[in-house]
Design a protein. Sequence first.
Lengths: 235, 437
Amino acid sequence: MIPGTWIVRPTEPVPYDLASDLMHDLAERRADDLIPDVLILLEHPPVYTGGRRSDPAHMLWPEERMRARGAALRLADRGGSFTFHGPGQLVGYPIMRLDSRLDVIPHLRRMEEVAIRTGADLGLSLGRDERQTGVWAGPAKVCAIGVRLSAAKVTLHGFGLNCSTDLSWFDAIVPCGLPDRSVTSLSRVAGRTISVAEVAPLVERHAAEVFGSALVPAPTDIADAFAAPARAAER
Amino acid sequence: MTTSITMPQLGETVLEGTIIRWLKQVGDTVAADEPLFEISTDKVDTEIPSPAAGTLSAILVPEGETVSVGTELATIDDGARGAGDTASDAGATSDAGTTAAVTTTPPGADGSKPPTTDGTGTTRSAGTAPRRVPVSTPARGGPRSSILSPIVRKMAAEHGVNLGKVTGSGAGGRITKGDIEAYLASEPPAATAPKLRVVSPADGAREEIVPVSHIRKRIAEHMHESVQTSARAWSMVDVDLENVALLREREKQAFRDREGAALTYMPFVARAVCEALLEYPQVNAELRGDDLVLHRYVNLGIAVAYAEGLIVPVIADADSMNLVGLARAIGDIASRARAKQLSPDEVHGATFTITNPGPFGSIMSVPIINQPNTAILSLDAVEKRPVVVDDAIAIRHRVYLSMSWDHRVIDGALASRFLARVKASLETWDFAEDLGR
């Protein structure tokens, strides 16, 4: 194992397509051992995403209505059903090479553990559901998880932790395909506003512990690539 | 030598997975460790690498199917025969579930991994790349960021674009999709690659575009080829199954208790057909060039419907079996066909085929001949019908047995005699003896 995991933490929201491209590129480079594991922590502009096996019936609004509200719709090459990413949600993409394909389920559990410990720091009691991957505050899901494992055993995609997400975005879908369960955010559970900026350092700390690897900043050209839209706007 | 690809284990408690995509088609060449298919479990989509190099010789589980761990999914043939081969033995179990099948070659260890092009336009391969990069080493890049999106890389590869000639307009000189498009517009057109159609699950669509599954394509080819090849003609007889029905009624409970399966009409018909085929070998034959090959044995194909289509497992040497043996064999292959647990050998080599649309309510059918057979028989629904028996109207169990036959080999008189023989056997044989009673 290469000591240390690169952390990429763009300050501006990263469009889903760009993040997806870069994530896949990094995963290929990780597969070839050209780079160490990478943890990407970011926010997306509003976007609905589904896995390849997502049930179209779980999309309650037509795409036009999503677009009219300012959200894109994308199909992603990950497991799991439809979800929403947007402002106020901390998205984590651990690009990590696993020793064994069997380690992918423990990988899901590790992501859950990061969110649970983060919640504990904030005084919130979050937990797992034995049958449903994700992190829950009572009956409501606060952190959604969906991943892809490449042929070279590198993980892609990851988790979305609702910090101060406007939960009405989730009206458009049946989140994670579970009609009888609802979605919540850390802010709603805590009864105060908990921002992504407040949560991100906690997630970084717990990710280092749970994944067992110190986080070191990624080289600047990688960080710059994620900042491309912000730079373009400045020009 | 053939390598069997099985559904790998993806977690200690994960017992099944869904094939979401085959990344190779039958006949494609596959390198060891090249991604071969994708499977989906609850929250994880997983790309599975090929455990061996060779040609993908069969896909046994189509996209969209969910099967349990260990189910055979495909076979890879390395073209070599005999011992001394490094490929794994077919059917062996997966090594702790870490790969699709038996052997695992470390990435690039056999040098077969195709080289990929990175952002600097140079070629790297796993064999020459350093396996460990110190943390402090920045990503390679030089003046341009080395990060390149897969779309850009794919476009460049498809159009044969030398990336060194493309000016990047993105951050840090990153080449964007637009840059490639602009470059292509300024260059003479290269051969265009086929476009992929993306199916979006938009609501309210009046048409749905569904990719044709691999198995559907194979069925389509097979059926079309048969119709183009054979001179199909058709005959039908109306058979009285009253005696069979009475026997079946009397014996079905004992049979179920003993065999754990229902006693259907199929083994009775199969038994009568096998006997008649030995008597009329042209119906159990194959036209091979200028020769007619008459089989003196019966490998009986049974068409089995399942969710994705149709498969014809074969009962080898069915003519050597009695009624109970046939009933067991039919039950066995039908259940394994639906569970997709047939070996490739079991779906080849039929000399005659019976199809059985009866359970779905059809009363007569004109099936397409299963090439290279010369005929196919359809067992439709057995019904109680009013018929004239000894100048009186009686209610009897009756069935139409239809046969499509190849007029290149068989004439109407022969087809009719064959069917008459099957009819006579079903109406007059004492099957009780065959049931061991």
